[in-house]
Design a protein around this ligand. Structure first.
Ligand code: COA
Length: 349
């Protein structure tokens, strides 16, 4: 544990000290989709802002992306920490229903023996994962945590479903957090987390769990695919993200104007701009990369951070607001001041 944290009675804070992300090399453009679906580049761009997404190859799985993102994040943190005590993977597309993906990821990273578990909060998974990692550090259960957001929606979205196939892409992003002082740059804090399970049917894979069991020939193919009621999700996403962002700023005593960069879950460009407008934040302060990778689920915030850090949009001392929304419904936000980090490897191949 760092001397600052060890020397104080206050619980240690989780401090960001490593960052990385990557998307698979295979690109699916809007034009590719328009060849097999009744859609068009113009429709997709106008409704979502997305131009292309990246997808894994047959035979690849979520853990393959998670391991590479984790390896890169550990390398980026190597000046600050040597190894980690816990590995947390936020995902909606685990390699298997049982066991969790995190232990396998830990083992493949040479971290067997570390605590390892998955967080399931759909597209809010990374923010829930940050809160879990911060909790492990505050409770002195772990001093260093590797948190990975990784999703491969291409494995659960029906490729013939034009409403959803246009939105999602595959990817992974990872951060390393170490015990430190709440006032140092990189300390994550002032969280807001929430949920509304009364709306669970708005985003769902109906079958394959205990409620609707999988057995050969039954249930129908469609029920094993991702389903979303897009219009209603859109409305909830804008409202919940804006409310969560406001609650978090108010807890920290920050004004909207104190936020240098708003880094939202990359759901859809129109949603992100509506939330920024609702908060009174100039759209230029909203970090977006959904145009080139689509909605990458739990990977989207760390991937957006890695892209923005690589292009030097984020500078040490900048104040960031992270806000996410996803199935559940779930939502969450957190604040941090950007630390000095090594420039991450490029997220695109
Ligand atoms: N290409 C062309 N037309 C399409 C289409 C596509 N890919 N997908 C749907 N349509 C059609 C619909 O069939 C409908 O046709 P109809 O009027 O003849 O019935 C029409 O376009 C409008 O559909 P609708 O679903 O009302 O469109 P929309 O403006 O709500 O946009 C989404 C659809 C999915 C882009 C939008 O609802 C959305 O972005 N929702 C949020 C999704 C999201 O970001 N989820 C992640 C949250 S974590």
């Amino acid at each position: 544990m760092s001397p600052t944290a060890a020397g104080s009675c206050a619980p240690p804070a989780a401090v960001l000290c490593g960052l990385a992300g990557l998307v698979p090399s295979r690109v699916v453009t809007n034009e590719h989709l328009a060849r097999r679906l009744d859609t068009s580049d113009a429709w997709i761009r106008t409704r979502t802002g997305i131009r292309q997404r990246h997808v894994i190859d047959p035979g690849q799985a979520t853990s393959d992306l998670a391991v590479e993102a984790g390896r890169r994040a550990l390398a980026s943190a190597s000046a600050a920490v040597d190894g980690v005590d816990a590995v947390v993977v936020a995902t909606t597309t685990p390699d298997h229903i049982c066991p969790a993906t995190a232990p396998a990821v830990a083992a493949r990273l040479g971290l067997a023996g570390a605590a390892a578990f998955d967080v399931g909060a759909v597209c809010t998974g990374f923010v829930y994962g940050l809160a879990s990692a911060a909790g492990l550090i505050a409770a002195r259960v772990a001093e260093r945590v590797l948190l990975i957001g990784a999703d491969t929606y291409s494995t659960i979205v029906d490729p013939l479903d034009r409403a959803n196939a246009i939105i999602f892409g595959d990817g992974a992003g990872a951060v390393v957090l170490r015990a430190g002082h709440p006032d140092e740059p990189g300390a994550v804090g002032h969280f807001d987390l929430g949920s509304d399970g009364g709306q669970e049917d708005l985003i769902r894979v109906a079958a394959g769990g205990s409620r609707q069991r999988s057995s050969p020939g039954q249930p129908g193919r469609g029920e094993r695919h991702f389903a979303m009621r897009g219009k209603e999700v859109y409305r909830h996403a804008v409202t919940r993200m804006a409310e969560s962002a406001r609650a978090t700023l108010s807890r920290a005593g920050w004004k909207t104007d104190d936020v240098d960069h708003f880094v939202p879950h990359q759901a859809n460009l129109r949603i992100l701009h509506s939330v920024a407008d609702d908060l009174g934040l100039p759209r230029e302060r909203c970090v977006t990369h959904v145009e080139s990778v689509g909605n990458t689920g739990a990977a989207s915030i760390p991937l957006a951070l890695a892209d923005a850090a690589d292009s030097q949009v984020l500078k040490p001392g900048d104040r960031l607001l992270l806000t996410a929304f996803g199935g559940g419904l779930t939502w969450g936000s957190c604040l941090l001041t950007w630390p000095m980090l090594p420039r991450p490897e490029r997220t695109t191949p």
